[in-house]
Design a protein around this ligand. Structure first.
Ligand SMILES: O=C(NCCCCc1cc2ccncc2s1)c1cc(-c2ccc(F)cc2)cc(O)c1O
Ligand SMILES: [Mg+2]
Length: 214
């Protein structure tokens, strides 16, 4: 049995990045995915928008839905202030296994808690399991048809507070039409679209930033 694409991505990190240097891990993945094998990381173009929104929010408690290989996990965790934490949720055990190694290679394991399982089951357990009161920042990058369901679940579980920022990937490609309609029409959100392009391509994609108004 040959290696999987996530395993090849991990090899590229181990070969081309410097242990403990998150930026070199990010660059190694971007270089690999642009030149060797496309992969569904948020990528460098949308990654710059993620960085700027994250720096502006400076969250103490962040949540990521959809870890994949940990590229955006590393982008987020490297910008967190000391003592701040990121919980990232991944459904696929093979992806989670690679992500753990990439996060550790970047030296960010102390800031990140990777939880395996379906978001719908895990979200209601986050408070009791990890002592989370509420999140300041949520990055949505998992199943596109779960963005709306899980946003409503986060609301119902009281895990959003006034000012919480939701940042959603792929609102154009593959697209999240019901989610967009909800956050753009609900009086409980102030929403804004950041136009960009689908990772490593010239196709349009973008991020939607939605502030929960309470
Ligand atoms: O599906 C995507 N991302 C989700 C993977 C699903 C992983 C999950 C995590 C999790 C955690 C908890 N509960 C349930 C789940 S399910 C995705 C796809 C494309 C794309 C774009 C154009 C294409 F032609 C082909 C693919 C681009 C992207 O940036 C993506 O993020
Ligand atoms: Mg994505």
């Amino acid at each position: 049995t040959g290696s999987s694409q996530p395993q090849r991505m991990l090899k590229a990190v181990q070969k081309n990045a410097t242990k403990g240097d998150p930026q070199s891990v990010i660059s190694a993945i971007d270089h690999y995915c642009r030149n060797k094998e496309w992969a569904m990381n948020v990528g460098d173009d949308k990654g710059l928008i993620l960085d700027s929104v994250l720096t502006e929010v400076n969250p103490s408690a962040a949540l990521e839905l959809g870890t994949y290989c940990g590229y955006s996990t590393v982008r987020i965790a490297r910008l967190l202030s000391p003592g701040s934490k990121l919980i990232t949720v991944e459904f696929n055990p093979a992806f989670a296994a690679v992500a753990r190694q990439i996060i550790a290679y970047a030296g960010l394991q102390d800031k990140v808690t990777l939880v395996e399982g379906p978001s719908g089951d895990l979200i209601p357990k986050l408070r009791e399991r990890f002592g989370v009161k509420s999140f300041d920042f949520v990055f949505l990058d998992h199943w596109k048809d779960r963005y709306l369901l899980d946003t409503k679940l986060l609301e119902d579980c009281g895990l959003l507070q006034k000012g919480t920022v939701l940042l959603a990937d792929n609102v154009i490609c593959p697209g999240t039409p019901e989610y967009l309609k909800y956050v753009r029409s609900s009086p409980r959100y102030e929403s804004r679209y950041y136009k960009s392009n689908l990772e490593y391509t010239k196709l349009e994609d973008g991020l939607e930033k939605s502030v929960f108004l309470g």
